[in-house]
Design a binder for this molecule. Structure first.
Ligand code: HEC
Length: 69
């Protein structure tokens, strides 16, 4: 599934299932960036900056709506 999927698996699925991501439906890049920041700030997810960027790209590519904002 590639590098992006590995990053999602390693950084996002330790607390909850992929369903949380799928349930959001197609969203903008800003939306995904905000969610990743929320996980880090509100829930103390231990995600490195490089990984956060890879995850955001992956989510936008696969679960994006084509809009930056
Ligand atoms: C440290 C634990 C933790 C990690 C790691 C984590 N999350 Fe979450 N996530 C949560 C919690 C807690 C909730 C809220 C659960 C609830 O409201 O029932 C949540 C909810 C969500 C939601 C639902 C929408 C919302 O705003 O509540 C999305 C989307 C989501 N997470 C995406 C991600 C993504 C993408 C990653 C990886 C970058 C990630 N999560 C990593 C803890 C985590």
């Amino acid at each position: 599934m590639g590098k992006g999927f590995d990053a999602v698996q390693a950084n996002c699925l330790m607390c909850h299932s992929f369903g949380y991501i799928l349930n959001q439906g197609p969203q903008s890049k800003a939306f995904w960036a905000e969610k990743v920041q929320k996980m880090i700030k509100a829930f103390k997810a231990p995600i490195a900056k490089e990984d956060a960027d890879i995850v955001i790209e992956y989510l936008f590519e696969h679960y994006g709506n084509g809009r930056e904002k």
